[in-house]
Design a protein around this ligand. Structure first.
Ligand code: DX5
Ligand code: ZN
Length: 213
C-alpha cells in the first residue's frame, strides 16, 4: 500500500519541518489539498505556499483540487511538476479534455469521485487516467469519519480496471487509519491518503509503516 499523508493536518506554523518529517518517515507522496471556498466550504493554500512545499519535499506531490474552475487551477499548479493532479468529476463539464491537458504537461491525471458518485462515471475515461481517487469522507475537512461504502466502490472500480488490463491506480482519501486500511487493501486499493492518522500520531514513521503493512 502506498501512503500519501495529507498536509492539511500538519502544523502550518512549522510546515517546513512537517514536510521533511513525513518524507523522512517513508511516505510515498505528499498529498496537497487545494480548496477554493466555493466547491467546498473551506480554503487552504495556493501556488505560493505549494511551491515552498515542493522545494522542501523529497517525495513527489499529489495535488487534490477541490475547486470550481479546474482548468485555471491546473494551469496554476502545473509548473510545480507534481506527480499527480486530481480534479472532481462533479465539477467538470469536459473531464476528457482536462485529462489530456494535465497529461500534456507530463503530469499524471486523476479524477476524484465524491461519496455519492458512482464509478460508472469514469468508465469511458479509465484508459486515459493514471489514477482514480475515491473520497471516503465529504471533501473539505480533515479528521472526519470514514464512509464504508467506499469498499464496495473500490471493488467495482478494481474489476473495471482489471477487465480492461489497465494500470490505473486507485487511491482512497478520508478517515483512513490502521484498521480500515486492511479492507481497503483487499478491495484492491493501491494508495491511501491519511491526514489526522499520520499527523496526530507521536511517530510519523510508525503511523506510515502501519498503513503500508
Ligand atoms: C478532505 C481531504 C483529505 C483530508 C484527509 O477534503 O481531501 O485529504 O485532509 O484527512 P483525514 O485523513 O484526517 O480524513
Ligand atoms: Zn485530499
Amino acid at each position: 500500500m502506498m501512503v500519501a499523508p495529507s498536509i492539511l493536518s500538519a502544523d502550518f506554523g512549522r510546515l517546513n519541518d512537517e514536510i521533511k518529517a513525513i518524507c523522512e518517515a517513508g511516505c510515498d507522496f505528499v498529498h496537497v489539498d487545494v480548496m477554493d471556498g466555493h466547491f467546498v466550504p473551506n480554503m487552504t493554500i495556493g501556488p505560493v505556499v505549494v511551491s515552498a512545499v515542493a522545494k522542501v519535499a523529497t517525495k513527489p506531490l499529489d495535488i487534490h483540487l477541490m475547486v470550481e474552475n479546474n482548468t485555471f487551477f491546473v494551469e496554476l499548479f502545473a509548473p510545480l511538476k507534481p506527480e499527480f493532479i486530481s480534479f472532481h468529476i462533479e465539477e467538470e463539464k469536459h473531464p476528457h479534455r482536462l485529462i489530456q491537458k494535465i497529461k500534456s504537461y507530463g503530469i499524471g491525471a486523476a479524477v476524484v469521485l465524491n461519496p455519492h458518485t458512482p464509478p460508472s462515471l469514469v468508465e469511458y475515461l479509465l484508459e486515459d487516467l493514471d489514477m482514480v481517487l475515491l473520497m471516503s469522507v465529504n471533501p473539505g475537512f480533515g479528521g472526519q469519519k470514514f464512509i464504508s461504502s467506499v469498499y464496495q466502490k473500490a471493488k467495482k472500480l478494481r474489476e473495471m480496471i482489471d477487465a480492461r488490463g489497465l494500470k490505473t491506480l486507485i487511491e482512497v482519501d478520508g478517515g483512513v487509519n490502521d484498521t480500515n486500511v486492511k479492507e481497503l487493501k483487499s478491495a484492491g486499493v493501491d494508495m491511501v491518503v491519511a491526514g489526522n492518522y499520520v499527523f496526530g500520531s507521536s511517530s510519523y514513521k510508525d503511523a506510515i509503516s502501519s498503513l503500508k503493512q
